[in-house]
Design a protein around this ligand. Structure first.
Ligand SMILES: Cc1cc2nc3c(=O)[nH]c(=O)nc-3n(C[C@H](O)[C@H](O)[C@H](O)COP(=O)(O)OP(=O)(O)OC[C@H]3O[C@@H](n4cnc5c(N)ncnc54)[C@H](O)[C@@H]3O)c2cc1C
Ligand SMILES: *[C@@H]1O[C@H](CO)[C@@H](O)[C@H](O)[C@H]1NC(C)=O
Ligand SMILES: *[C@@H]1O[C@H](CO)[C@@H](O)[C@H](O)[C@H]1NC(C)=O
Ligand SMILES: *[C@@H]1O[C@H](CO)[C@@H](O)[C@H](O)[C@H]1NC(C)=O
Ligand SMILES: *[C@@H]1O[C@H](CO)[C@@H](O)[C@H](O)[C@H]1NC(C)=O
Ligand SMILES: *[C@@H]1O[C@H](CO)[C@@H](O)[C@H](O)[C@H]1NC(C)=O
Ligand SMILES: *[C@@H]1O[C@H](CO)[C@@H](O)[C@H](O)[C@H]1NC(C)=O
Ligand SMILES: *[C@@H]1O[C@H](CO)[C@@H](O)[C@H](O)[C@H]1NC(C)=O
Ligand SMILES: *[C@@H]1O[C@H](CO)[C@@H](O)[C@H](O)[C@H]1NC(C)=O
Length: 637
């Protein structure tokens, strides 16, 4: 049995938190109604304990061998109007919207399984990453970041299941900056992607519940009544208030970051409903599960998109399920929504990609496009602090009881639920942040170490003497560096080669901006509010950086190269753009250049990292393209 202490040591990781909530606040919460029955609490306690134990023993898969069929006979799975590959953040939404047209038959293929009661608990996102709901990718050895990780490989967490990466994520609802969309629209030479024109799609999905009356929210930019529940964490955390106050002391406004001005400090908006994870499949697929024209096939691993090499029209897909190989035909379109790692992999396996790379892997070239050639991601790095703010303890049973009532620390990835968006002196575009800082609480733990795959010695050096700390995580938003996704061979069961290549731009702008993040943190920690809680930087001299004077600029740059990790927000591997000559793979309607009846609809089409997190962007993209498809086929109401 795990005691509470053990729980907080295991649950909490860099981006997660521990109990810092006043227990009185919990008890006084208005939603506290009827009692939760003890059997349910016991059930969850056993479930959590057993998942924790399994997670500690979890060995990440190194290939998709488990999906290999045991014979080569191709069986007929039938014909459909649309085949959607991947039931993740984007695929779930597009399949749901397309199936609104009852005359269309939609096949939704997903390699993973349905989620379970454990994956629904937001507070355990780091533990969920050590289950079969994660593909378990890691990068190839790196030179410019992730140097403190085992084998210098960055972890690349990607969800696998009905819900995709929204089964593992922290559920932060963020759209990015209007300027991001205007830049994107300029790249596409397509005004329909300007912010003023996509805002309607954000609102169409949204079902905002202002659960925290004090949190900033501008209703001009939000809507209620959509399918996707969005709310604030409850109860509000004292440290959140401290963080906002410290920002105000620096002249930083408290704003709705999804409203008029993104720059500022804020309370995070979350896709959490009654304390449960409200991933895109729960929101968009579960309510329409019984639609007869929507065929959902879990544990179905697509190995190839079939394209006629004469007409260049997409005809269907090959996939495996329960040891058998199947062909499904698409009368209208195949929609590839396998995410920023697997979508480029599948395109290349199907003959769409850089000619030389395909030829060197003996794959017949259908279309020569720069697939997988510009992998982009946010980058994050956390600094640890101690404070003298004491935290009341709760038992695991207590936390579960609160969770079942829809509040408390298990109901968010990070119950500190705050962030701030800043512009460093390196950037001049008015109103356009280049870094984000997220406060979290952090307890050194084996789960935390395993979540980011730190080398044991690095981890011990940094955190060995710490019990419980407060951390400020810097997120680099608009990155210049780019990496790649490549195939190791033409074997569809081999994992792709991911080269993150973070902080590698020749101009050194990315690491320079990260360093400005450290300067920003210095300013924050000197505010009267933070001084009052005794906030003290607990960074240790890293032996790998001993050539530099401790806390000098050289030290920090070395530290950043060792402890920065891509933020699990990969984009750009099938970039949208006006022309393949500029490296674009899909056009403004997300159709693959040169190939018929094939679109890519997921995070891989976002051409650059935005000043926001990508999950809500995925929903918007799906809403927009679902409408576009209905419009093109004249079924648009
Ligand atoms: C730990 C973590 C925290 C995060 N926190 C946030 C956050 O708070 N806010 C935010 O905005 N973003 C967050 N993100 C990022 C966000 O969740 C992703 O950007 C988003 O989910 C990507 O959606 P997608 O549709 O592109 O891909 P996915 O959701 O990954 O969907 C792809 C789906 O395709 C399936 N698939 C892949 N290959 C095949 C195949 N060959 N055959 C069949 N199926 C296949 C996969 O199993 C998966 O279900 C986080 C990510 C992680 C890992
Ligand atoms: C939170 O703040 C309230 C009011 O400011 C205070 O009474 C309470 O003790 C604080 N809780 C913690 C854990 O500091
Ligand atoms: C439920 O558990 C609580 C605390 O463990 C106990 O006080 C209560 O009597 C139990 N209720 C029932 C119905 O068993
Ligand atoms: C999930 O939990 C609920 C109680 O919250 C329970 O009724 C249900 O049986 C559980 N599901 C499974 C598969 O155990
Ligand atoms: C704060 O908000 C006010 C009012 O919208 C605005 O005029 C001011 O420029 C903002 N300050 C900063 C630092 O963004
Ligand atoms: C085109 O496809 C057919 C059928 O799959 C195959 O036999 C043929 O070799 C292909 N031609 C080229 C040039 O790849
Ligand atoms: C075929 O593969 C499935 C799943 O991969 C497995 O469960 C089954 O036992 C295999 N059957 C044979 C005859 O090998
Ligand atoms: C951690 O806990 C130990 C024992 O309780 C204590 O001696 C030590 O000072 C603590 N360290 C920090 C950084 O709080
Ligand atoms: C926390 O530390 C600060 C600075 O050392 C001190 O002024 C304050 O009184 C301390 N607060 C508590 C609750 O110990």
């Amino acid at each position: 049995m795990f005691t509470f202490r053990k729980i907080i040591f295991t649950v909490c990781v860099v981006l997660s938190t521990i109990v810092l909530v006043d227990s009185n606040v919990l008890r006084n919460d208005a939603s506290d109604g009827d009692d939760v029955d003890n059997e349910t609490v016991d059930y969850y306690e056993n479930l959590i304990n057993s998942e924790m134990e399994k997670a500690m023993k979890f060995k990440r898969p190194t290939s998709a061998k488990m999906h290999e069929p045991n014979d080569t006979q191709i069986r007929d799975f039938g014909s459909f109007d649309f085949i959607v590959i991947g039931a993740g953040s984007t695929g779930s939404v597009i399949a749901s919207r397309l199936s609104e047209i009852l005359g269309w038959r939609i096949l939704l293929l997903e390699a993973g399984k349905y989620p379970n009661n454990f994956t629904m608990i937001p507070g355990f996102f780091a533990v969920q990453a050590m289950t079969e709901y994660n593909w378990g990718f890691v990068s190839v050895p790196q030179k410019t970041a992730c140097l403190g990780a085992v084998g210098k490989r960055c972890v690349v967490h990607r969800g696998k299941g009905i819900g995709g990466t929204s089964l593992l994520n922290q559920l932060i609802y963020s759209r990015g900056n209007p300027i991001d969309y205007d830049r994107w629209s300029d790249l596409l030479v397509d005004p329909t992607w300007r912010y003023e024109n996509v805002l309607g799609y954000f609102k169409k999905s949204e079902d905002f519940h202002k659960t925290n009356q004090e949190a900033p929210l501008d209703w001009n930019y939000h809507a209620a009544g959509g399918k996707w529940y969005t709310s604030f964490h409850m109860p509000p955390n004292n440290l959140t208030k401290i963080f906002l106050k410290a920002n105000e002391e620096l002249g930083v406004n408290v704003t709705d970051y999804n409203g008029k001005d993104e720059l500022g400090a804020t309370v995070l908006q979350l896709n959490v409903k009654n304390g449960r994870r409200y991933d895109q499949a729960t929101a968009f697929i579960q309510p329409v599960n019984s639609r007869e024209n929507l065929i959902i096939s879990p544990e179905s691993y697509v190995i190839k998109i079939e394209i006629n090499n004469q007409t260049k029209l997409t005809t269907g897909v090959l996939f495996t399920k329960n040891g058998k190989l199947y062909r499904a035909k698409a009368n209208k379109e195949v929609i590839l929504s396998a995410g920023a790692v697997s979508s480029p992999q599948l395109l290349m396996l199907s003959g769409i990609g850089p000619r030389a790379h395909l030829q060197s892997n003996n794959i017949p070239v259908v279309e020569d496009l720069k697939v997988g050639s510009s992998l982009r991601d946010h980058v994050f790095c956390a600094l640890q602090f101690s404070t003298n703010v004491t935290t009341p303890h709760s038992t695991l049973k207590g936390l579960i009881t609160d969770y079942l009532k829809g509040y408390g620390d298990l109901t968010a990835g990070n119950p500190l639920d705050a962030a701030a968006w800043y512009q460093t002196k390196l950037d001049k575009t008015p109103g356009y942040p280049d870094i984000e800082i997220i406060p979290t609480s952090f307890t050194p733990s084996d789960i935390g170490r395993k979540f980011l795959q730190w080398k044991p010695e690095t981890y011990k050096e940094l955190n060995g003497k710490l019990n419980k700390t407060f951390s400020l995580t810097i997120v680099l938003l608009r990155t210049r560096s780019a990496g790649t996704v490549r195939l190791p061979s033409n074997n569809p069961y081999a994992y792709p080669l991911i080269d993150c290549n973070a902080l590698s731009d020749k101009s050194d702008r990315d690491i320079g901006t990260m360093y400005e993040g450290i300067e920003m943190i210095r300013k924050l920690t000197r505010t009267p509010t933070f001084a009052k809680i005794g906030l003290t930087l607990e960074t240790r001299p890293l032996s790998a950086c001993s050539a530099h004077e401790f806390q000098s600029k050289g030290f920090w740059r070395c530290y950043l190269r060792h402890l920065s990790v891509p933020a699990f927000h990969p984009v750009g591997t099938c970039p949208s753009g006006a022309s393949p000559a500029d490296g674009a793979v899909v056009d403004g309607n997300l159709k693959v250049f040169g190939v018929g009846n094939l679109r890519v609809v997921d995070a891989s089409v976002i051409p650059f990292t935005m000043a926001g997190h990508p999950n809500a962007v995925c929903t918007m993209i799906a809403e927009k393209i679902a409408d576009e498809i209905k419009f093109e086929r004249n079924v648009f109401e």
